[in-house]
Design a protein around this ligand. Sequence first.
Ligand code: ADP
Length: 387
Amino acid sequence: MNVLVFNSGSSSVKIRLFQMPEERLLAACQVEKIGQPDATFSHGEIEKVISAPDHTAAISYICNHLNLSPNDIAAVGHRVVQGGEKFIEATPITPHVEKEIDALKAFAPLHTPPNIAGIQAGQTIMPHATHVAVFDTAFHQTMPEHAYRYAIPTIYYTRDHIRRYGFHGTSHRYVSERASEILGHPFTGITCHLGNGCSITAIKNGQSVDTSMGFTPLEGVAMGTRSGDIDPAVVLNLAQKLGIKETDHLLNRESGLLGLSEKSNDLRELLASAQEGDTKSQLALNIFSYRITKYIGSYLAILGPIDGIILTGGIGENSPDIRQQILANLTHLGICLDLTKNTACIGQENTISIETSPIKIFVIPTDEERLIARQTYRLTANASMHS
Ligand code: ADP
């Protein structure tokens, strides 16, 4: 059975084609700059400018390029960023479900409209396939109320649904399921997804019990361009001076590594400039690592004994320097990094703690699309068994 996975952003769509249940990746391609005159299609070495005024045109182009007839595709899994409290697991998309996703757009105004555009384009092109929504927030719906509520008057939760939702759920679930497989029992520990966006999750017996991102992906550790945790009074102060819109832009797009270094949001560039003696870049890296260590400490406190810590995402998978900065001084907590294994581990799965470390440290490359394909396949196979 062939399953397509769609990841639709405001001006891009990434598509993966999997053969299931083997989880064999058959194709990976994308269209960027949708809606612009220089929309670009890429597939491996191939890169060309195409006409893609909207998501439907982009997806049609990809299907034609891959020579896919709509009948070749049994199911399509769609990444959906915000599922609110309604969606606690992957869900087949019906007109009612689509309406419910649309109703959540006030919570994710940048992500929901393109997610819906991708769903509608997919349904138009492949009307006979089963379409499944896989939510970034669903994995975190197991958090207890004392973890997901903010200490503001209750009415803002009951009426306005202001609470911690958490994001990157598909990635945290993927790497923790992989760790459960390695360990032979459900994983208890801390997963660190460190990419352009970063989030840390506390996991007990395979279930999320707390996570650093909150009502939006702005909360938590410092990120490429996002501030992460900040005294709310600073936000009020900034909003008074700059206005709401400018403050939003400042905290989401101009802060984090970029704001501190005044140079770049790309960790590789900051490592290089810090090496050359740039003190702002070094401070940005120090703040970045320090805050992640602080989250790890707080999650150790709430979890009790744990199996391990998992690092993933572009930074977690590829940067021994940052991993060392985050973890090197935690031996008193039973977290014993093996410096040689750490240096040797770039972009592949490995255990990088010493043999005798009470808490294991794993590097596990994430694969959100594979998990979306897996969940989509499961739902589709189940539905066809019961029909
Ligand atoms: P996204 O969150 O957009 O999916 P990624 O998971 O690809 O992003 O992570 C991007 C980050 O990973 C960037 O800060 C980049 O500098 C960093 N990164 C990628 N490769 C390396 C590397 N070899 N060493 C250090 N950092 C890296």
